[in-house]
Design a protein around this ligand. Structure first.
Ligand SMILES: Nc1ncnc2c1ncn2[C@@H]1O[C@H](COP(=O)(O)OP(=O)(O)O)[C@@H](O)[C@H]1O
Ligand SMILES: [Mg+2]
Length: 301
């Protein structure tokens, strides 16, 4: 907590206690008991309020703060598939922005690792949206559900996570099952490698030579390989994954209101030095209304 906010938080506690005392005196000014109880209750409420405010104060505020703290280029404000036409257009365009910021080329696949500091920041949303955007540009893409703790990619791609085969990435790593047998075609040019059965030792599995071989097989197929990964701070999984030969490019997702500034800074510190990394912020950018009008009027459907 910055030292200049401490006096302000103390003031809130004192004021809340004073209001409690005043309320106690109003209820009964003959004895001091209600005033004392009121003071204690007020101070407690004040303490709770300050704890809440202090917590909120540590959260990341917006894209420009994310950019300043991470030192990474902010290439897109990404959004989940919208509820109405404007939101859908905004979301589609954001994933095109992200696609345009990546570098593609060569015979081998371009590997794109999507990660973030904390859970719930929008990694899976980004992996799914980006995969669709790349496939729609005519480039083959395999998107891998490499978060073996809380996989959500199958659902994010609109497939039924409860139906279908339970085999996936882990069967390829542990059981040596051929990747081609495990891929699911989501739409033309877009394949999904689901997580499959979740292991008790995800970091060891993802860091193993067998995982490296699975990655090599995917890379040899060409196109783009997108890895939807676990958050960087709570578990070692993504660090292990990034240790393989083909780290490619990293998209660090940051979601204001969900991640703390310090967490974002720590996550950047965990990325391998020299890996090209770009920043995508989950949430709406503060853009003028004219952008929406431009999108609506200038985009034939
Ligand atoms: N930009 C965003 N704005 C609002 N909600 C979002 C955004 N991105 C993701 N979400 C929602 O937040 C939840 C977590 O997103 P998800 O992509 O699964 O995060 P992660 O994979 O990082 O845990 C989902 O319900 C998703 O719809
Ligand atoms: Mg996820």
């Amino acid at each position: 907590m910055p030292s200049r906010t401490l006096p302000a938080l103390l003031l809130i506690v004192v004021l809340a206690a004073a209001v409690g005392v005043a309320a106690g005196r109003l209820i009964d000014d003959a004895t001091w008991t209600p005033a004392v109880i009121g003071g204690i209750v007020g101070a407690l409420i004040g303490l709770l309020a300050t704890a809440f405010l202090a917590r909120r104060g540590r959260r990341l505020r917006d894209g420009s703060e994310a950019q300043r703290i991470s030192g990474l280029p902010l290439v897109a404000h990404v959004l989940p598939p919208g509820r109405n036409e404007t939101e859908r257009r905004r979301a589609d365009e954001a994933f095109r922005m992200l696609r345009a910021a990546l570098t593609f080329g060569g015979e081998d696949a371009d590997v794109v690792v999507v990660s973030s500091a904390a859970p719930g920041e929008g990694k899976t949303t980004v992996a799914a949206g980006l995969a669709r955007a790349i496939a729609r540009a005519g480039r083959p893409v395999v998107v891998v559900e490499a978060d073996l703790r809380r996989p959500g990619l199958v659902a994010a791609l609109g497939l039924d996570a409860t139906a279908g085969p339970k085999r996936g990435l882990t069967a390829a790593i542990v059981g040596g099952v051929a990747v081609d047998e495990l891929l699911i075609e989501v739409e033309p040019g877009l394949h999904l490698l689901p997580a499959g059965e979740l292991p008790p030792n995800a970091p060891e599995l993802l860091g193993s030579d067998d995982a490296g071989r699975v990655l090599d097989t995917l890379v040899a197929r060409g196109g783009t390989v997108i890895l939807d990964t676990a958050p960087l701070l709570p578990v070692a999984d993504t660090r292990e994954l990034l240790g393989h030969e083909a780290p490619g490019q990293v998209i660090l997702v940051a979601r204001p209101g969900v991640v703390n500034r310090a967490e974002l800074r720590d996550a950047v510190g965990l990325l391998p030095v020299g890996t090209p990394t770009i920043l995508a912020v989950s949430g709406r950018a503060h853009t003028p209304r004219s952008y929406d009008r431009y999108l609506r009027d200038a985009t034939p459907r």
